[in-house]
Design a protein around this ligand. Sequence first.
Ligand SMILES: [Zn+2]
Length: 230
Amino acid sequence: MSERPAIPRELRRRVLLEAGHRCAIPTCRTTPVEVAHIIPWSKVKKHEFKNLIALCPTCHTRFDDPHNPLDRKAMRQYKANLNPLLSLSVSKKGDQIMRIAAYQDFRMKVGTWLRSAQALGLVKSKRRSTAQGIASAEKEVNERFADALISGLDFNSSWKGTYAEAIAGAIFYHIADWVDELFDSEFPAPRKLAKRDVVDELSEASINLHLAVCEEVGILEAEDTDAAAR
Ligand SMILES: [Zn+2]
């Protein structure tokens, strides 16, 4: 009854390269790996890079367990967090290493800034928080913002004129808007504002940024060409 076609070899190869031939779940990272669909094949009926992820057999089984599936959103985040640097062959690293390093730095600094804002939201939404506690959380956010801004400017100059630059900008301003609201809000801050799930709001943009970087750097295509030439 299976009408499901096999995943094309080159596509499979890209997915494995994307994860550095290791399980994409950050706490696992074991080998060997299989290629899994984030949204099940039975729903999408196609094999697409953006919907595929490398998982070890154990995580793959857990992910597909109908009674206790791993969270699909988390899975997309794991894909978004994969490091394209891992899939660069040594000979290609020279050209792209600075750009990918700028990308990794941007993700890291923005993530830290976002977590500091979440911490501020928590402090500001609790009635028993002190003015001093709030001031110290705000100071932390401002410092992490400064790091993220520098990293963002660095990213923009490495990725000028690309789709990745546009998405990164959108992510940055999305967070900045929320942080502004947090700073301006009354005390205690409304829970709805303080506990906004900004990570979830950004999950689509986050995966799109990852895909744009993978595409722009052209590592996957370059690797494919090498393979074809061999
Ligand atoms: Zn695993």
